[in-house]
Design a protein around this ligand. Structure first.
Ligand SMILES: [Ca+2]
Ligand SMILES: [Ca+2]
Ligand SMILES: [Ca+2]
Ligand SMILES: [Ca+2]
Length: 290
């Protein structure tokens, strides 16, 4: 338990380390770079723990603080200002791949970590959709997926067979998609958080059952992740007004709070579970240069 508590309590410190690392590397302010336009938490250097990753829309640069050495990885340019970050382990090598989804034409641009090369460009989704990559079919590789706010449908291109999975309906306009592995079966569960009511709606992949949980209020940001290390995603919100994290640990249901430093911002903005991007990325063209 001590280890688990420490894991959680170190997050604000790591946030500050992120800010420090970025500040040392650029004249731009750390506050700007550590703002809400984030790529999520994922394991880019492949050492196990999640690394803090920031994607800056203005220039498409990815700033990653690798946990293995505590050092910033080489800055990579991938994507343009209108793109949405969509990292995941698409090539299944255990390291998160830098990736973006382009709303204007629904294309996915992925820099595979295994070979340091761009994967074939896929078209999946349309303007207005939200990218919700995850391993929905449980084959160990991230699936290209979008959530459509207008009707709450989830469209997933399963990586195992290269086919579309059954299209569930969950959520409505105004909701925030928060997919994660809440039931711990290694498959991503469809999930949304409703800001107006603070309700979480999750369809468990293990049995198809829908479960609900009230956690958080309007103005909070959903930041689901596995904070207690039991491989199940925990319900969690971050309150910007006070910098406080509110988490329900899936291991024991314990409700915990953690104060962040003023100016900290949540990293888990995409709602992606920490997934295994890599250090030492080799040069590759920016998304848009086929
Ligand atoms: Ca990978
Ligand atoms: Ca998959
Ligand atoms: Ca699951
Ligand atoms: Ca957990």
């Amino acid at each position: 338990m001590r280890e688990r508590l420490m894991r959680f309590s170190t997050r604000p410190n790591r946030l500050r380390r992120c800010a420090t690392a970025v500040a040392l590397a650029t004249a731009a302010t750390a506050a700007t770079l550590c703002g809400p336009a984030l790529a999520g938490a994922a394991d880019y250097d492949g050492d196990g723990p999640a690394d803090f990753a920031i994607w800056r829309p203005s220039d498409g640069n990815w700033w990653i603080l690798g946990s293995a050495r505590g050092e910033q990885l080489p800055v990579r340019q991938w994507g343009a200002s209108s793109d949405k970050p969509a990292p995941g382990d698409y090539d299944g090598d255990g390291r998160t791949d830098v990736a973006i989804w382009r709303p204007s034409d629904g294309t996915w641009w992925i820099l595979g970590s295994a070979r340091g090369e761009q994967l074939p460009v896929r078209q999946w989704g349309a303007s207005g959709d939200r990218p919700v990559p995850g391993d929905y079919d449980g084959d160990g590789r991230t699936d290209v997926a979008i959530w459509r706010p207008s009707d709450g449908t989830w469209w997933v291109l399963g990586s195992a067979r290269g086919e579309q999975l059954p299209v569930p309906q969950l959520g409505a306009s105004g909701d925030r998609p928060v997919p994660g592995d809440y039931d711990g079966d290694r498959r991503t569960d469809f999930a949304v958080w409703r800001p107006s009511t603070g309700m979480w709606y999750v369809i468990r992949s293990s049995n198809g059952e829908q479960v609900t949980q009230r956690w958080g209020t309007s103005g909070d940001r959903p930041v689901p992740a596995d904070y207690d290390g039991d491989r199940r995603t925990d319900f969690a919100v971050w309150r910007p007004s006070t910098g406080t994290w509110y988490v329900i640990r899936s291991s024991n249901g314990e409700q915990v709070t953690q104060w962040g430093a003023t100016g900290d911002e949540p990293i888990f903005d995409t709602g992606l579970p920490p997934a295994p991007i890599t250090g030492g990325l080799s040069p590759a063209p920016a998304a848009g240069e086929r």
